[in-house]
Design a protein around this ligand. Structure first.
Ligand code: FEO
Ligand code: CA
Ligand code: CA
Ligand code: CA
Length: 759
């Protein structure tokens, strides 16, 4: 079995000062290089011949940034690098998953929250105002409209060619490669999937409902057996302003009284595009508060971010614009001219990512997916068509065969360690509508498209298990077992009295009481903990919650990814070793292992290591976010465990405890950065990861007692060697701006990453 050798010196340490350095720390024998930073150009001139100047002048990023035209950001790395995938490429420029010296990387640019100020050339913590206002830096004024254009372009996906030097064995970006391409929140995309959905996509931009513009909040990712990339739209609702509607919207008014808008309001609110307080008529619209993009002008370029029904028909306005977001989006990295397709058959929610199940000829294509919000669900998609390897040559057209027609399921975790996949067919959902809570009870669906576009409501009806924020999934290539990180939840509550039902809302939904889907849910076997976070002294703070998250895993019946039953247990419980309260450090983590808020996770096919990444704010007063290496066991290798006592006791199932040779911290990142994205060269000798939003908490650093007026991080810049990017002193200096970036991790002896850690 796999185990770390005793000689390894993984970065985990009880040296708290070092763990808060503004730096990347790796085990002895490892190094890294910065590959692709926010703002780095992919081309030297744009299609009109205008030069795209280099972004980094050797000292800092502040010098020229405000003066770049907004359009230049269509050709630069976006912000908040997140999930991604390595696509090996052969000499003919075709997909070759085994290619080790030439590849296309596809990288998501999730967001600009907490860092938008840096791309406008200022250090202050927040640049958003309602309405958006001009920003002046020195002699340069950036209008509100140009700010929005830059921000739209800073979202989306980068596809770019990388090559490995045959002598140095180090990778670099091939600027001006014909494969280099940015997909932004303004790129034209098509709506794939059941025709029944098209009418819900009609906008002033696309009166036939076949097209939309842009992809948003691209979080984790996936890939297909035919060599295309899947980027997933997570927190897209917060970009849109909604209602109140000037015109009643027909077609979504079913069963909810005289006000024709009530059905629409319920659907909007279930996706965070407003809230319901009381009955369905009491709808408070959202204001697009994340960005206020709709406020920067009056033309359609800005009006597209407002889903108020202002015209007579849907083709007069953008009331349906938000219906075109929340999907798995397929991109063909090998064909920059191919229009990306939104795969609506895979459901609409806050898609974290899409993880491919084991692939076999003559069997369906299966994807595991999660909706990353408190009390949301884990899903599975099973294609109707069985896999024919000859289709691998079709590129994105293969996606039309396998990803436009299939069955969606939601996971239900039973208390006996079994689970079932509940189908979200219209027939099954209609039979369960009486289960819908509060004001949703009585709502019905118009057609299959309505069910798909409102997957969350369908899952409520059939009774999926509400989870503590599903982040990444990972499929063990050795046995097909599926892991999901459940990062944390501030809406998970302990049971304190008889009659409180595991997994149920804390208060009974009512048609007249204040109603929110995002209200507390009692602990249950699959989400069994609710406890106080602790500060760096180990003292409890705040309300009880799942403060540190856990990792659940399941084994499909008969190892068949299309099965409708599974067995599950909890692989690991996150915890701080300082938190000594009963029922917290359930996995008996040590100082070399303890972690909080698991997010990214990925199996190396070379070593079998399960890599785990964190995106945390409960433990960031003690340590920056991290990457851990773990040795997976299998479902059932531990046993039953009871968390809590008396009426509050929850019986659950956990994996075996892992020794320090089986679970170990491997990397600790710079300040206020999430560690995310995992890609590996097929020889296992380069691990690519993403450092997301260093310094995002400018002015309000999560680290206790720290208030900073300049960015809390300056990674990766104030260095003698920016290529290496190590800030040896660990302290930001001056008013230099941090950047998200893709880094490449190498072993100094050229060996397999983690290969010295496993026997
Ligand atoms: Fe974008 Fe769920 O993290
Ligand atoms: Ca994530
Ligand atoms: Ca804490
Ligand atoms: Ca993040």
């Amino acid at each position: 079995s796999l185990s770390f050798t005793p000689s390894s010196t993984a970065a985990g340490s009880t040296d708290l000062t070092a763990l808060l350095d503004d730096n990347i720390k790796l085990p002895a024998g490892y190094t890294y290089e910065v590959l692709y930073r926010t703002g780095d150009p992919l081309v030297s001139t744009d299609p009109l011949g205008n030069p795209i100047p280099a972004h980094y002048n050797g000292t800092d990023y502040t010098a020229n940034v405000p003066a770049y035209p907004a359009s230049s950001w269509q050709y630069r790395a976006g912000d908040h690098h997140d999930g991604g995938h390595y696509f090996g490429m052969n000499a003919a420029g075709k997909f070759d998953p085994k290619a080790t010296d030439r590849a296309l990387l596809a990288i998501n640019h999730e967001n600009i929250a907490g860092t938008a100020q840096f791309i406008h050339g200022i250090a202050t913590a927040s640049i958003t105002s309602n309405p958006r206002a001009d920003i002046t830096v020195g002699a340069v004024t950036t209008t509100a409209a140009d700010q929005v254009r830059k921000e739209v372009n800073a979202h989306g996906v980068s596809v770019f060619e990388i090559r490995r030097d045959t002598t140095t064995k180090r990778w670099s970006v091939v600027v001006d490669s014909p494969f280099n391409k940015r997909y932004t929140a303004g790129t034209v995309m098509s709506m794939g999937g059941p025709a029944a959905a098209k009418k819900y996509f009609v906008t002033k931009f696309s009166p036939t409902g076949e097209l939309t513009r842009g992809t948003l909040n691209n979080c984790a990712a996936g890939y297909t057996p035919w060599g295309t990339y899947l980027t997933c739209e997570e927190n897209w609702p917060f970009y849109f302003r909604s209602g109140p509607n000037a015109t009643p919207v027909t077609g979504l008014a079913d069963g909810k009284g005289a006000d024709k808008n009530q059905g629409r309001y319920l659907r909007l609110a279930r996706y965070g595009l407003g809230t319901i307080s009381g009955d369905a008529s009491q709808f408070t619209p959202s204001v697009g508060s994340e960005k206020f993009w709709s406020t920067a002008g009056t033309t359609d370029e800005f009006a597209r971010w407002d889903v108020t029904a202002s015209g007579t028909t849907a083709a007069d306005d953008f009331r349906n614009a938000a219906n075109t977001f929340g999907y798995v989006v397929e991109i063909d990295p090998f064909d920059p001219s191919a229009v990306p397709r939104k795969r609506t058959a895979m459901g609409r929610f806050y898609h974290e990512g899409a993880w491919l199940g084991p692939v076999a000829e003559g069997k369906p294509i299966v994807y595991y997916m999660g909706c990353d919000s408190r009390n949301e669900y884990i899903y599975k998609y099973v294609s109707t068509k069985n896999w024919n390897p000859a289709d691998a040559s079709l590129g994105i057209l293969a996606g039309d065969l396998y990803l436009n027609d299939g069955t969606l399921y939601v996971a239900k975790f039973n208390s006996d360690g079994t689970g079932v996949w509940l189908p979200l067919t219209r027939t099954a959902v209609n039979a369960a509508l009486g289960n819908l809570p509060g004001p949703y009870n009585g709502l019905s669906f118009n057609d299959d498209g309505d069910v798909l576009i409102h997957t969350r409501i369908a899952a409520d009806a059939v009774g999926g298990t509400r989870m503590d924020r599903p982040e990444w999934g990972a499929v063990n290539p050795k046995n097909g077992e599926v892991y999901f990180t459940l990062t944390k939840s501030s809406r998970r509550t302990a049971i304190t009295a008889a009659g409180q039902t595991q997994g149920a809302f804390v208060t009974t939904p009512s048609g007249t009481a204040a109603y929110s889907q995002d209200r507390p849910v009692y602990v249950d076997p699959a989400n069994p903990r609710s406890y106080q976070d602790v500060n760096s002294a180990g003292t409890g703070t705040g309300a009880a919650q799942n403060a540190n998250g856990h990792i659940i895993r399941f084994a499909e019946a008969n190892a068949n990814p299309a099965a409708t039953a599974f067995r599950w247990d909890i692989y690991l419980f996150g915890a701080e070793i300082r938190n000594t309260a009963a029922g917290v450090n359930v996995s008996a983590l040590t100082a070399q292992q303890d972690f909080s808020s698991p997010d990214g996770c990925w199996f190396s096919p070379t070593t079998g290591i399960l890599w785990i990444q964190t995106d945390d704010d409960a433990y960031t007063d003690v340590t920056n976010c991290m990457l851990l290496a773990s040795v997976p066991g299998k479902v059932g290798d531990g046993g039953p465990v009871t968390i809590g006592t008396g009426v509050g006791a929850v019986n659950t199932f956990k994996g075996k405890n892992l020794s320090e040779s089986q679970l170990r911290r491997f990397l600790v990142g710079p300040r206020d950065a999430e560690i995310t994205g995992l890609m590996e060269s097929p020889d296992g000798k380069t691990l690519f990861i993403n450092i997301q939003h260093p310094g995002e908490n400018t002015g309000t650093s999560a680290r206790a007692g720290t208030s900073v007026s300049s960015p809390s991080s300056s990674w990766p810049q104030p260095n003698t060697d920016p290529k290496v990017g190590n800030n040896a002193t660990g302290n930001p200096t001056g008013n230099t701006f941090p950047r998200s970036a893709t880094i490449a991790i190498y072993r100094n002896d050229g060996g397999v990453i983690g290969g010295d850690l496993v026997a």
